[in-house]
Structure formats: structure tokens, C-alpha cells
Design a protein around this ligand. Structure first.
Ligand code: MG
Length: 258
């Protein structure tokens, strides 16, 4: 089942994607279940929003694909390398990613994103998937020069608009048979089966929940495959995960602060 969050004349609602329509839900399905209002809204009339606004945090995994670690001269870490993005970096499908004027090199990172549905603390890997509400697609957008200059990643990956999520949450998704592909202006730049991930979704949830309490609505970005590269204003980035959908965002220059 594909869940969208969207704005319509009635305000912000959730809906189940059914052919070309959204079947409108009575509330946020993560908390209120899947009762419907009886209304249908044509997808063409709905502006899709980020399908989830993380309540507390965006947990990210660095260097979770061997070839991506190698392209920067790194060895993939034995344990998941975790960092956080602020939830103020989240934007939705179609929203512009704004390049800060203080960065000269901004890069896309297409990633599978896990949406947590239940409070998770010290979860065992064998139980971890019980805590997943669904999966979406993300772009761990990065100011690479600032990431390197700072020596840690908070600012370089945390600017406003640096966490596009969407277009929908798929609640029945099997990472074992899915692929991820990132395109810039239609040209394929990243392509990998999700089975190339070093640390599995279940292992990442177990590892992260040993450190942080994961709350419903928190998301985990699972790392990017090889092929990352710079983008500039005017480019359009598409990240597609088979079985979920395509997240498309244009890149613009932020208006410099005067
Ligand atoms: Mg990343």
C-alpha cells in the first residue's frame, strides 16, 4: 500500500494511492489507522508533500556500500557509521533544493529511507522489521566541501532543504528484490541493487536503537551507492527505488543572506 501526504483545498491530508486517485484517510495512518473518509482526490489535483515529517530525527548511515566508500578512498566501517540530519532539512517531492552560497560543491546521494512506526529502543535485529511503518526514497544532499572542512558532518548535511523525502511511503516493500537509481537531468548516475548495502535495514535499526530511542515518524537513511557527484542550479535530481517511486527535486541557488 502506498501512502501519500498531500495538500488540497481542504488542507493537509493523507491518502492511499489507488490507480490515479488518492483515497482520503481520516487521519495520520501512523497513529490513527487506515479509516477512510469516503472521499477520493485525483492525484493530478493533489500537491504531494514529504510523506512524513520526522518527529525528532533523521538518522543516517554513512559508507554503507563498499563501492561508495572506495570512491572517496575510505574503507567501509565494520559497524554502521551513524550521523543525524535536523528535521528542518526535510522537503517534499518537487520542492527545490537550495544550494547555500557558502558551498562551492553540493552533491546528491540517492538512498532508501526507512520510516519508523513504533517506539524502538534496544531492538534485536530479528525483531527490527516489526518497528517499520514503511519505506520511502530520500536524497542525503551534501555540501561536500563544508563536510570536509568541518571534519564532521552536521553542517555539511544539515542545511535547510538538504533532506528531500518522498513521493510516498510503501508499507509492503521487500528490499531484497529492489534497486535504486539516481538520475541527474535524466542521465543515470547511481544504480545498485539494495542487497549491495553492507549493513541491512534490520541491523541498522538494532544498532541505532541501542543508542537512540527511535520514535514513530523518525526516519533512517540507509546510505548511498557509488556514483555521487556535484549538481548546480538548474539541475533536476531523480532518485527512484523500484516498488516505491521516484523522488524528483530541482536544484536552485539560495538567495544569499545580505
Ligand atoms: Mg548519505
Amino acid at each position: 500500500m502506498k501512502i501519500a501526504r498531500f495538500s488540497h483545498s481542504d488542507g493537509i491530508r493523507f491518502g492511499i494511492v489507488d490507480e490515479g486517485d488518492l483515497v482520503v484517510l481520516a487521519g495520520d495512518p501512523m497513529f490513527a489507522g487506515f479509516d477512510t473518509t469516503g472521499e477520493r482526490v485525483p492525484l493530478a489535483d493533489a500537491a504531494l508533500l514529504a510523506p512524513v515529517i520526522p518527529r525528532s530525527k533523521v538518522v543516517c548511515v554513512g559508507r554503507n556500500y563498499h563501492e561508495h566508500a572506495a570512491e572517496f578512498g575510505n574503507v567501509a566501517p565494520e559497524e554502521p557509521l551513524l550521523f543525524l540530519k535536523p528535521n528542518t532539512s526535510v522537503i517534499g517531492p518537487g520542492d527545490a533544493i537550495l544550494r547555500p552560497a557558502i558551498s562551492e560543491r553540493t552533491e546528491f546521494e540517492g538512498e532508501l529511507v526507512v520510516v519508523i512506526g513504533r517506539i524502538a529502543k534496544n531492538v534485536k535485529a530479528e525483531d527490527a522489521l516489526d518497528y517499520v511503518f514503511g519505506y520511502t526514497v530520500g536524497n542525503d544532499f551534501t555540501a561536500r566541501d563544508i563536510q570536509r572542512k568541518d571534519g564532521q558532518w552536521t553542517r555539511g548535511k544539515g542545511f535547510d532543504t538538504f533532506c528531500p523525502l518522498g513521493p510516498v511511503i510503501e508499507t509492503e516493500f521487500d528490499a531484497a528484490s529492489a534497486r535504486i537509481e539516481t538520475r541527474v537531468n535524466g542521465e543515470v548516475r547511481q544504480q545498485a541493487p539494495l542487497t549491495d548495502m553492507i549493513h541491512s535495514v534490520a541491523d541498522i535499526i538494532a544498532y541505532a536503537s541501542a543508542a537512540f530511542t527511535l520514535l514513530p515518524g523518525d526516519v533512517i537513511m540507509t546510505g548511498t551507492p557509488a556514483g555521487v557527484g556535484p549538481v548546480v542550479a538548474g539541475d533536476t535530481i531523480e532518485v527512484e527505488v523500484s516498488g516505491i517511486g521516484t523522488l524528483r527535486n530541482p536544484v536552485r541557488d539560495a538567495v544569499p543572506v545580505s
